[in-house]
Design a protein around this ligand. Structure first.
Ligand code: NAP
Length: 518
């Protein structure tokens, strides 16, 4: 197979004399041309040029583009499914599900644009007669920030990658996108990038609205430092996300890096629920821990169980986990990182490994479970570190342990779950308050895996889960990462954006003099 080229606007480009190899699950690894300095510069210059027109495109025009991307991805058919399966080692059902999610979220953003109220138009009408001073006419709305750099994620080759949630939300906002392809699925990336390129051409988008570059971490750093980059979206490791965040902060003009860096998603099991449903809860948690070989940022890595139930619950969990067939990890790098993290847990004082699924030869694995007492957990911050893979740590708490104290000792999380009987919840209000303070999504009697793509979703939490807890990377609110508010003061109607003009030509919801009106 020929080495994969970069996609620069409407053309393919391969200027490098070197060829690099991907780090895919398949043994027959894909090769690619890493982007050169001039290709990086060309992609960013094209993106900045495209921004000058694309930012003024109507919601209808951008919606047409997003829908065309979804169609072009669907036209790829089996070829895309087979390529993604080969590169990621993920099963067919997962890839087709992810393709559905990818196209579904593109169409959701398209509908959101057509509805139009997302620009948050606010109008305070002027009053020249006001005493002692005239009141100015002030009108505010959200506008796109500029070219966005999107780092694709290894664990979601479609839904958090080339045409995933970050790209969809940046394009919806009116920002051109330059993708930094992941070395874990370069061929999948190329197929989707070409689909986006086709969609851009057939819907009359400006060249440069989308480019995709291949390379290693040096490419990522060059893109973050590039003067024409306005924002960065990232999903991956804490180390990578933090390095890019710091790099962006050191630029002469710092830019935002919206990094989603995973978390351990604690689950608190309250005593009464185990009296009636312990087996069902254990099965649900086992399924969540092993979903996608545990390679999810919402994987439940910590489960707090009442001490008197810990032994029985552990047995039920192990029984459910022992049914799970060996699973293929995404690539050798993630497999080795999983083994390394597991080893670190084993080395911790007073942590027992209850079950260590037999390894089947890289990169196939089985799940593992650890056990520690709450007092041990509270003294050892290493036990809060993410083990990216099918591992969970059971932490047994005694009646004397305050769950609120445990929750307050946890670092920022994407999610926090509670399994409880309805009648016992009111006695745990302090725990619920503490969990609200530390996480982006509170879940009752369900597991954290399976992030719904919808308007109300919050996928982001206090640091270190993300670099900015005010934003989400899933759902339509993800668009807010790529916009900023601008106010117009005393402008005549003809010079205002349509969203702010008198008569509301777009028919959107707006706040006018303090009241929401259409
Ligand atoms: P990663 O190492 O964070 O890499 C993600 C992307 O960021 C890649 O394109 C990578 O480039 C780039 N990158 C990482 N560090 C960088 C740096 N210092 N400077 C510039 N670019 C950098 O994630 P991964 O390779 O997908 O998986 C490794 C580990 O990340 C996993 O074992 C897991 O712990 C974690 N992870 C978390 C999530 C999550 O959902 N939060 C998802 C996936 C992985 P190169 O690959 O080209 O070096």
């Amino acid at each position: 197979m020929a080495a994969i080229k970069n996609i620069l606007g409407f053309k393919a480009s391969a200027k490098s004399k070197n060829i690099l190899q991907g780090i895919t699950a398949a043994e027959n690894r894909t090769t690619f041309y890493p982007a050169t300095r001039s290709e990086i510069n060309e992609a960013m210059t094209l993106a900045a040029g495209a921004f000058q027109t694309y930012r003024h495109f109507t919601g209808q025009q951008k919606a047409m583009f997003l829908r065309a991307i979804a169609e072009e991805i669907e036209f790829l058919g089996e070829k895309l499914v087979q390529t993604a399966m080969l590169e990621s080692g993920l099963p067919e059902g997962r890839i087709t599900g992810e393709r559905g999610r990818t196209c579904g979220q593109l169409r959701l953003f398209a509908d959101y644009l057509v509805e139009g109220s997302w620009v948050e138009a606010v109008i305070d009408q002027g009053n020249p007669e006001r005493q002692p001073l005239p009141k100015p006419d002030i009108r505010r709305m959200l506008v796109p920030t500029g070219p966005a750099v999107v780092f694709t994620a290894s664990n979601f080759p479609l839904a958090f990658s080339t045409a995933g949630g970050d790209t969809a939300s940046a394009l919806a906002a009116g920002c051109p996108v330059v993708v930094k392809a992941h070395e874990a699925h370069p061929a999948t990336n190329e197929l989707v990038a070409l689909a986006i390129q086709k969609a851009a051409k057939r819907t009359g988008m400006p060249e440069g609205v989308f480019s995709s570059l291949n390379g290693d971490y040096k490419l990522g750093q060059a893109l973050v430092k590039h003067p024409l980059t306005a924002s960065v979206a990232f999903t991956g490791s804490h180390r990578g996300g933090r390095a890019l965040f710091d790099l962006a902060g050191k630029r002469p003009n710092p830019i935002p890096v919206f990094a989603e860096m995973g978390s351990v998603n604690p689950i608190f099991i309250l005593p009464n629920v185990l009296e009636t449903q312990s087996e069902q809860v254990a099965e649900q948690i086992a399924a969540s821990v092993t979903l996608g070989a545990g390679q999810f940022c919402t994987n439940p890595g910590l489960v707090f169980v009442p001490e008197e139930w810990a032994e029985d619950f552990a047995q039920q969990l192990l029984a459910a986990l022992s049914q799970v067939q060996p699973q293929c990890m995404l690539n050798q790098r993630i497999f080795e990182s999983y083994l390394g993290s597991l080893q670190q847990v084993k080395e911790q004082h007073q942590v027992a490994i209850l079950y260590e699924g037999e390894m089947q030869g890289a990169p196939f694995i089985r799940p593992s479970v650890g056990l520690a007492k709450a007092a041990v957990f509270l003294k050892n911050p290493h036990l809060q570190e993410e083990v990216f893979g099918p591992f969970t740590l059971l932490v047994s708490y005694a009646a004397a342990n305050s769950l609120e104290q445990i929750a307050n000792a946890l670092q920022g999380q994407l999610t926090a779950s509670v399994f409880a009987e309805k009648h016992e919840l009111p006695h745990y209000q302090n725990l619920l308050n503490a969990l609200q303070n530390l996480s982006g999504r509170l879940i009752l009697n369900a597991v954290p895996t399976g992030v719904e793509v919808c308007h109300a979703m919050q996928h982001g939490g206090p640091y270190p889960a993300t670099t900015d807890s005010r934003f989400t990377s899933v759902g339509t609110a993800a668009i807010r990462r790529f916009v900023r508010p601008v106010a117009w003061q005393n402008f005549p109607g003809a010079l205002l954006p349509e969203a702010l003009q008198d008569g509301n030509p777009l028919g959107i919801w707006r706040m006018v003099d303090g009241a929401f009106l259409k």
